[in-house]
Design a binder for this molecule. Sequence first.
Ligand SMILES: Nc1nc2c(ncn2[C@@H]2O[C@H](COP(=O)(O)OP(=O)(O)OP(=O)(O)O)[C@@H](O)[C@H]2O)c(=O)[nH]1
Ligand SMILES: [Mg+2]
Ligand SMILES: [Zn+2]
Length: 320
Amino acid sequence: MVRVDRGECDVMTADGRLRVLSDSQRAQDDIAPVTGDWVEVADEDGLGVVITRVFDRITSVSRRDPAERDLEQVLAANADVVAVVHGLDRSLPPGRLERLLVLAHKSGAVPLIVLTKADDVHDPETEAIVRSVACDIPVVVTSIVDGRGLGELQDHLGPGRTLALIGASGVGKSALVNALVGEDLLDVGEVRASDAKGRHTTTARELVLLPGDKGLLLDTPGIRAIGLWEAEWALELVFGDLEELASRCRFGDCAHDAEPGCAIVSAVDGGLVDGRRVERYRALARELAAQREREEERERREKKAGPGRRGRGRGGNRRR
Ligand SMILES: Nc1nc2c(ncn2[C@@H]2O[C@H](COP(=O)(O)OP(=O)(O)OP(=O)(O)O)[C@@H](O)[C@H]2O)c(=O)[nH]1
Ligand SMILES: [Mg+2]
Ligand SMILES: [Zn+2]
């Protein structure tokens, strides 16, 4: 699956690119395919080419659906590397980066941070904030104007390896794809001069093959809302330093608030840990716990209502 639009999607097969209707798809399968999915297609009488099966995903970038509070939305499937992209032409609230990194970790792919527009730095604080939040995640600083960092980014790719780009509108995801491909394949949009906000130029998730078998790039539309979805263990990775401290709290269920013997509170008091980072960590943990509760409640309700989910199609050849 190389591109998914509102009504149709494109599938790459051994015989070339095929356009299939996604309405017929829904009747065939209850898993909606997303860009990066391996799918099975069949030519069906009267319907044309339809997707008959979506294979299990090895990795998937997903968030809470911004339109519906308790639904998962998959943004990209089967990426090997998930690059969180941000532009040095704008500021970055650390909490936003933390959320994006949780998303990247949780996908199951290798997380990476890409800072764009190094030729046009407007906010000198941005890079320092990114490095303080990144912990062990590599940060690649790029510019499509002077070409810096593009080779380093290429090192994270390779034959058959897919790198997905996620981030806000206007940070330069599509421009980066074009720079790596070496031609103006994807639309690139101007950003607003006052605050560097983008105009949501990209509207479809698209998988692009780099020439010379150098790998694949998965471009995505800019995201505003970054709701987390069942991501507790990924939270532990992004806040590994705090999790480590928490293991030394006196109480196993310490909320790191006013409990006696709290290792996190004493680290904040001692100036070893940023108190705001602890606040953001606690808020995310609360958000995930509340979401899980709602999810479990929903499952209990569905169980009562009885079974109803259909199977997932037939066997056959894999297509992407
Ligand atoms: N100076 C400079 N400008 C850049 C660089 N990379 C991207 N831009 C500019 O940033 C703007 C936004 O680029 P896009 O590639 O459209 O951004 P995007 O992240 O794909 O945005 P959406 O598709 O809306 O999510 C364009 O005007 C690009 O020319 C860079 O390295 N240096
Ligand atoms: Mg774009
Ligand atoms: Zn504690």
